[in-house]
Design a binder for this molecule. Structure first.
Ligand SMILES: NC(=O)c1ccc[n+]([C@@H]2O[C@H](COP(=O)([O-])OP(=O)(O)OC[C@H]3O[C@@H](n4cnc5c(N)ncnc54)[C@H](OP(=O)(O)O)[C@@H]3O)[C@@H](O)[C@H]2O)c1
Length: 345
């Protein structure tokens, strides 16, 4: 690879196969870093964009969000606490916010990212593991923000505060379990039974199988037995009515809240005294960068160093580097279970 050009996968049009090309390596602008990519992880939005053109991009696009690698150059006006050239990092690439602008998508050897979207990695975390972090941690924190959970929340067991995570073995759900535990919530998690021990290792205090028809009753009974109230649910995926009913049964006085990562629609069930809100990052760019700097540059950096947060869920590496990307996305699209698909470059 020369220093002036690199390999990239472009999406030429909606529904087209990704094409491997050589493109000029861009220079990072103000507040940006250029990353040499060592691992890429996949998210459902990758196949929404590749196959259905949603969210919309301008073509030709480079899509993809999750990368880990090394900082190779730094633009102007980058904050003094930003990682320096040579630093090992994971980064949230902003193809979504740049409508597929090829300089900003993850599926290539070199990617420009805002310095605020980058977390410096301890040596003990490999690039492959680190690639799991950006989308999952950002979405879980965005969910808690949507639910009104303050960044400096620090409950103790005496506070008897619970957080329900529905679809907890998903990528974003497993991150929410860990963040909830760090903030001091008693975390109740739903997932297939085979993942319950793993979710407990991440910090869930109680686990439930969402496939059990009595799951809502079980959650309400457990909260009563534990003497906790659950006013908030991070709904990663699954049945929104069940998660809303569980909050209704566990919330005590007042209105309960469900933050759903899957967009609700007109047919979504309404449950009395439970507000359902779609999880979004702040729309305003300045607010968004302030939030991502908190998530990656402050919170995650510290929690990775202390070991309080670990990359989750499990990893499946697909061979082939960039040429394995389409296969990796196809595996994700076919359905995964507590597993993130990754390619290594
Ligand atoms: N709003 C946003 O900004 C945002 C950001 C990222 C993702 N998302 C969306 O959030 C959702 C989750 O994304 P992800 O990447 O975390 O997904 P993922 O890891 O691919 O999800 C796989 C998991 O879903 C679980 N699952 C499947 N059906 C379920 C059900 N009926 N009830 C509960 N869990 C169920 C499975 O659990 P078991 O194996 O235990 O059965 C599996 O572990 C996707 O729809 C994605 O598009 C939204």
């Amino acid at each position: 690879m020369s220093s002036t050009e690199h390999k990239a996968l472009i999406l030429p049009a909606k529904g087209s196969p990704l094409e491997l090309i050589t493109r000029p390596t861009p220079t990072p602008g103000p507040g940006e870093l250029l990353i040499e990519v060592k691992a890429i992880a996949f998210n459902p939005v990758d196949y929404y964009q590749r196959d259905f053109g949603f969210p919309a991009v301008n073509y030709p696009a480079v899509i993809g969000s999750d990368i880990a690698g090394t900082v190779i150059s730094v633009g102007s006006s980058v904050p003094s606490d930003a990682p320096k050239p040579g630093s090992r990092v994971a980064a949230f690439a902003i193809t979504f916010f740049k409508q597929g602008d090829p300089d900003y998508g993850a599926f290539q050897q070199r990617v420009i990212v805002p310095a605020a979207n980058v977390v410096e990695l301890p040596q003990k975390i490999s690039f492959t593991e680190a690639s799991l972090l950006p989308m999952s941690v950002e979405t879980a924190w965005a969910g808690l923000n949507t639910l009104g959970v303050a960044r400096d929340t620090a409950f103790t067991t005496k506070d008897k505060k619970g957080l329900l995570v529905w679809g907890a073995s998903s990528s974003i759900g497993s991150a929410a379990v860990q963040i909830g535990r760090v903030l001091g919530f008693s975390v109740y998690a739903t997932a297939s039974t085979k993942h319950h021990a793993y979710l407990k290792s991440l910090g869930a205090s109680r686990t439930f199988d969402y496939k059990n028809e009595d799951v809502v009753k079980e959650i309400v009974a457990a909260a009563k037995e534990d003497g906790i109230t659950i006013q908030q649910c991070f709904h990663a995926t699954g049945d929104l009515k069940s998660s809303s009913e569980a909050v209704k049964g566990c919330k005590g006085e007042g209105v309960g809240k469900v933050g759903t990562a899957v967009p609700p629609n007109a047919d979504s069930p309404k449950v009395e005294d439970v507000e359902v809100t779609f999880v979004m990052m702040p729309e305003d760019e300045k607010d968004r960068l302030e939030f991502t700097h908190f998530i990656f540059g402050v919170w995650l950096k510290e929690k990775l160093a202390t070991g309080e947060f670990v990359p989750s869920p499990h990893i499946q590496v697909v061979e082939g580097g960039l040429e394995g990307v389409s296969k990796g996305i196809d595996i994700l699209k076919a359905g995964v279970s507590a597993t993130k698909i990754v390619v290594e470059l």
